[in-house]
Write a protein that binds this ligand. Sequence first.
Ligand SMILES: [Zn+2]
Length: 470
Amino acid sequence: MSGDHSRGRSQDDLGSRLARRVFVPFYEKRWGLHVPEIASALDQSQYWTAERIRQTQFTAVKDLLTGAFEGNAFYRSRMEAVGVLPRELQSWEDFERLPLLTKEDLRGDPSDLITRGYRSSEMFYKRTGGSTGVPVKLYWDRDAHRFKRAVVKRHDAWAGYVLGRKQAALWGDTEKSYPLKERVYKALCERTIYLDTLLMDEAHLADFVERVRRFGPRCLIGHAHSLFFFTEYVLSCGADDISFDSIISTAETLSAEERALIEGRFGAVVFDRYGCEELSLVASECEAHEGLHLSAEGLYVELIDAEGRVRHWWDDDAAADEPARIVVTDLTNRGMPFVRYEVGDLGKWARGECRCGRGLPRLERVFGRVTDILFAPDGRKISGVSILDTFIIHVPGVRQAQIVQDRLDHLVLRVVADAHFDDDSRGRLDQSVREIFGGEMRYDLDLVDRIEPTPRGKYQFTICELEGVD
Ligand SMILES: [Zn+2]
């Protein structure tokens, strides 16, 4: 019942078997992340009925709120302000009286949101530019970290991928030098070859195709736009021998046009995935490719429409046409609870049940992060997603940012700054432009009060206004 593909068995070379049986368990035990019982529980619960999943979610929400009320001053005051007492929680309507958690709430010191009894030094720390370009710092407690890792593995298995098998990845910033220990782990367990999406020029693409030929990975993972560009390249260079059993698209929204081109070349092997750094994997496609199943055992997802009405995943009329705001409660992270967190993306519920037989609710579509590919003056293509963190979380004082390319050798950096934005911030922006785009690139820094959303109401991190390019 793992959802694994039978054709995937041919991918189990010696290195893969050693990774699965020896190296991955070794590292996971060392990191305290080896919990095979979570994996087997998740294999079972994906086939629970919708009713059972809903009841389990309600119990988990109640437990989460009870813990937060007792040990978390931030949430206790929120609950008291609206008169929600967890022990008396009777219905989802009671729960929905709680205010949404916004990125603004997370801008301060993240330790203010840590529950009593948890220590930040023992938790997993993350920084992210999120999907709305607002920098966020957060922690996962140990149990949450374990659970999320197990969830990712389950959804990888739906796409026929198991950690330890050979993989090809289109990803940003992969050239940085890792310490020896990490290089050993990557070589033994991850076994991934990368195309750096900051370096998508002809020479790097050709080299990557050659490495794919020699290495022979059956799974490809990458940002949607990068997968699209890679496919265009494979088509243009006539590399007819390159194929994959699965292609996992993640980190940004995959458009219908991009999907059509990729599937036209590689077949119906695209597994779309939706997640964010704050919560990890939220939903992904199964082998039926009919919408994205939520990881509903660990996350409770609501959609909130333009009138502020909550659309529950079990409502008969939930699959309305208009996309609605995605709001998520993390059922596992008690150390730093996320209760009714507004991710900043939009989604629609899928109708009916999935052919695969899993009871996990599905999103039909997600309208998530939007970025354009940008260009270096030397013609190199640069994935917008890959540079988001460089410009947002690594520059002090940036509340939100957007990069607009209006000429091949000119950018406008729009920044909403706070009081910490200073000469050091300007220096880092300047350095980042030079490192990523090269010394030929000119730019203007435009300090603005706010960044306007796209006509669809979405924030767009990078915008390419060059004529005659995709
Ligand atoms: Zn399914």
